[in-house]
Design a protein around this ligand. Structure first.
Ligand code: ADP
Ligand code: MG
Length: 360
C-alpha cells in the first residue's frame, strides 16, 4: 500500500533522512520509535508531503507521489495526520470541526457529513460533546476529536506523530484506547510514539530510527526482547530501566520514590511489590556512607518477572552485607528478607549492591 524507495531529506547541510526504503501493507500498524532528533517526525511529514523530500520516491497504491503528473491533493487525502498538538479549529464547535473538511473538500452534503460525524464521535466516545467548543474539552478529549476529524476525511492511512506526548498522564490511555480500536477495525497506521507498552502490544511491526535510517525493524518481540544491533540494544535498555543520580546528602528521596513508583506502575507491578521496591531503595540508601556520587538503577526483567535494583556508590571498599556492626540492623534484615538475592561487588572504585526483588 505504501512503498518508500531511497527517501532522503536534507535541511541545508543537515542530512536528516539518508536512505529510507519501506513497505507497509494494508491493515498494518507500525510503531516508529527512537531517540529524539532522529527524523521520526520528518519521515511522517515526508510521507504526506508536508515536507518535500530531497530524493527518492513514495508510492501509494503504486502511484508515485513525487511525479509531476500525480494528483497530489487527492493522494494526500488518503492520508490523515494526527499531531501532538491537536490543531482543532478553536472557533468551531466539535461537530463542525468534523464536517468542514468533508463538505469543503470531499463535496459531501451537510446532512450526510453530520451523520457520519456523529457516528465517528460515538467511536471516540464523544457524541455528547458535539456542540461543545474545543476550549471546553480536556486534552485527551481534544485529541480524540482530532482523530475523529481525521477519520471524517475517510483516509486509508492514519499517521500519528506522538499523539499522547502533550497530554497529562491520566489522559494518555483514553487516546491509546481509541487508536487500539481503530487498529482492531483494520485501519492502516504509522505511529511515532514513546509509549513502549503500547508499541509492543498494538503494532504489527516496529521501526527503530537512528542515523537517518530505519536502523532496525522487526516484530515487537524482536525489537523489544532481542534487538540485534548496538544502538537498538542501548535504546531498549535505557527505556527499560530508571536511573537516579545522587550527588549530595540533601537528595530528594520523595521525588526519587515518585519516579520509581511511576516506573513500577508502567510495568504493571502490583501495589505490594511497588511498596517493597520503594522501601528497599530507601533502606539501601540508609546503608550508604558517601553520597557524593551514587547511581541507583531500577530495571524490570519481563522474562523472570523480577525487579533489579542496582546501587553504585563511589568510595573505598565497604560491603554492608559483611559488616559485623550491621548484623542486627533492621534495614539490612528487611532487605535480605524481601529479596531473592543480594550481592556486593567492588569494581572501578565503586561499591555495587545488586538486589533482586521478586515481581510477585
Ligand atoms: P524527531 O521527530 O525524531 O525528534 P525530527 O524529524 O523532528 O526528529 O528532526 C530531525 C532533525 O531535523 C532535527 O535535528 C531537527 O532539528 C531537524 N529539522 C526538522 N525540521 C526542520 C526544518 N524545517 N528545518 C531545519 N531543520 C529541521
Ligand atoms: Mg518528532
Amino acid at each position: 500500500m505504501i512503498k518508500v524507495r531511497n527517501l532522503s531529506k536534507h535541511f541545508g547541510e543537515l542530512v536528516v533522512l539518508k536512505d529510507i526504503s519501506i513497505d507497509i501493507s494494508k491493515g498494518e500498524v507500525i510503531s516508529v520509535i527512537g531517540p529524539s532528533g532522529t527524523g521520526k517526525s520528518t519521515l511522517l511529514r515526508c510521507l504526506n508531503l508536508l515536507e518535500v523530500p530531497t530524493g527518492g520516491n513514495i508510492f501509494i497504491d503504486d502511484v508515485p507521489l513525487l511525479d509531476k503528473n500525480t494528483n497530489v491533493p487527492k493522494l494526500r487525502q488518503k492520508m490523515g495526520m494526527v499531531f501532538q498538538s491537536f490543531n482543532l479549529y478553536a472557533h468551531l464547535p466539535v461537530l463542525e470541526n468534523l464536517t468542514i473538511g468533508p463538505v469543503k473538500l470531499l463535496g459531501k452534503k451537510k446532512a450526510e457529513a453530520n451523520e457520519k460525524a456523529f457516528e465517528l464521535l460515538k467511536v471516540v466516545g464523544l457524541a455528547e460533546k458535539a456542540y461543545s467548543f474545543p476550549d471546553e474539552l480536556s486534552g485527551g478529549q481534544k485529541q480524540r476529536v482530532a482523530i475523529a476529524r481525521c477519520m471524517a476525511m475517510e483516509p486509508e492511512i492514519l499517521l500519528f506523530d506522538e499523539p499522547t506526548s502533550a497530554l497529562d498522564p491520566t489522559m494518555v490511555s483514553e487516546v491509546l484506547a481509541v487508536i487500539r480500536r481503530l487498529s482492531r477495525e483494520g485501519m492502516t497506521m504509522v505511529i511515532v510514539t514513546h509509549e513502549m507498552e503500547f508499541a509492543r502490544n498494538t503494532s504489527s511491526r516496529v521501526f527503530y530510527m537512528d542515523e537517518g535510517l530505519i536502523y532496525e525493524e522487526g516484530t515487537p518481540q524482536q525489537i523489544f526482547d532481542n534487538p540485534r544491533k548496538e544502538k537498538t540494544k542501548a535504546f531498549i535498555n535505557r527505556i527499560r530501566s530508571l536511573n537516579c543520580h545522587i550527588s549530595s546528602n540533601d537528595y530528594d528521596l520523595y521525588a526519587m520514590q515518585g519516579e520509581m513508583e511511576t516506573f513500577c506502575e508502567k510495568h504493571m507491578l502490583s501495589k505490594r511489590v511497588t511498596g517493597y521496591v520503594l522501601h528497599i531503595a530507601e533502606e539501601v540508601l540508609v546503608l550508604q556512607k558517601d553520597f557524593s556520587d551514587i547511581n541507583l538503577n531500577l530495571s524490570y526483567s519481563e522474562k523472570e518477572g523480577d525487579v533489579e535494583l542496582r546501587c553504585e556508590s563511589a568510595g573505598p571498599l565497604f560491603n554492608p552485607l559483611k559488616d559485623e556492626t550491621l548484623e542486627d540492623d533492621i534495614g539490612l534484615k528487611l532487605i535480605k528478607g524481601r529479596c531473592k538475592s543480594v550481592d556486593h561487588v567492588y569494581e572501578d572504585g565503586k561499591n555495587i549492591l545488586l538486589l533482586r526483588i521478586k515481581g510477585e
